[in-house]
Design a protein around this ligand. Structure first.
Ligand code: ZN
Length: 73
């Protein structure tokens, strides 16, 4: 999956915000360690973001919009 850059600080240290219970806990924890995954809580709401910037902690990208975009391809 291609990671975007932060719209605020242009950082490329972007983590995917993960919602729900991870199927692979080891991979999940490693992802958090590496900064590629950010824990987003148990469920995703209408206003929830998809990406998290590790540099300035800015969250961006609507989760559902991105899913729709992916489905169109
Ligand atoms: Zn940022």
């Amino acid at each position: 999956m291609k990671h975007p850059v932060c719209p605020k600080c242009k950082s490329e240290k972007i983590a995917l915000i993960f919602y729900g219970y991870p199927e692979n806990m080891e991979e999940y924890l490693q992802g958090i360690k590496d900064g590629t995954i950010a824990p987003g809580g148990c469920c995703v709401g209408d206003d929830d973001s998809k990406w998290f910037c590790n540099s300035c902690r800015h969250e961006f990208g609507n989760f559902f919009v991105t899913l729709e975009e992916l489905n169109q391809k």
